[in-house]
Design a protein around this ligand. Structure first.
Ligand code: SAH
Length: 219
């Protein structure tokens, strides 16, 4: 392990503990989520220049006009999918790989799709460095999901779109949960979709602010 992986020494572990306390104050109560957030070194998922800000509760730039999600958002989305004891999750929008690192600790298998090849490669390297082996990566437009491994107990989308893409609904297991920001650039909400024998139940949870879900792939 290199020194970056081991943390920026005491500063990193102290600021990480502060982040944990803040998450609890913000209402994150699931111990599995808190433990996974404690162990995921957010500073290795941002540029070294931003390392000192890694445990702030804000989104930070990761290049290509994209951002690493706020710790609270990552924790909340993970808590929402864990409500049903899922074993497999499809993540759309790998980005930095930070949310992936949290999911990989609480699920048996994570399938993650990213449309920007360079981001996907960097995320893959970081997660390999952390020894996370239960993650499969795909460079693709995640709006079509990843049919080969469907159905998924949980689907988590990290980019906003006016509607939930139909292929993602089709790839959700019975009683499975899909979490995704819906709306446009100016008004978004976090939506939860649950698949029931009667159909899909969609509910709105809270205001959200994500980058848009974009069509196609980028090398
Ligand atoms: N949870 C990630 C968030 C990254 S931002 C993190 O914390 O780093 C959202 C990501 O979704 C970006 O990397 C963007 O490139 C990706 N994305 C946008 N549209 C996509 C699509 N159609 N398919 C796959 N990935 C997409």
């Amino acid at each position: 392990m290199n020194s970056r992986l081991l943390g920026i020494g005491m500063t990193s572990s102290r600021t990480r503990e502060r982040m944990l306390r803040r998450l609890q104050e913000q209402g994150i109560a699931d111990e599995r989520v808190l433990q996974a957030m404690r162990k995921a070194p957010r500073h290795i998922f941002v540029d070294e220049a931003l390392g000192s800000r890694a445990y702030e509760d804000s989104a930070l730039p990761i290049g290509f006009g994209q951002t690493i999600s706020r710790p609270y958002t990552v924790a909340k989305m993970t808590e929402l999918v864990l409500a049903i004891q899922p074993r497999s999750v499809l993540e759309v929008g790998t980005g930095s790989g930070y949310q992936t690192a949290v999911l990989a600790q609480v699920m048996e298998q994570v399938y993650t799709v990213e449309r920007i090849l360079a981001l996907q490669q960097r995320a893959r390297e970081r997660l390999a460095e952390l020894g996370m082996r239960n993650v499969r990566y795909k460079h693709d437009d995640g709006q079509t999901g990843w049919p080969q491994h469907a159905p998924y107990d949980a689907i988590l989308v990290a980019a906003a779109s006016p509607e939930v893409p139909i292929p993602l609904l089709q790839q959700l297991a019975m009683h499975g949960r899909l979490i995704m920001p819906t709306g446009d650039a100016t008004h978004q909400v976090l939506s939860l979709v649950v698949r029931t024998p009667e159909g899909f139940e969609q509910q709105t949870l809270s205001a959200a602010s994500f980058v848009p879900l974009v069509h196609g792939v980028k090398s």
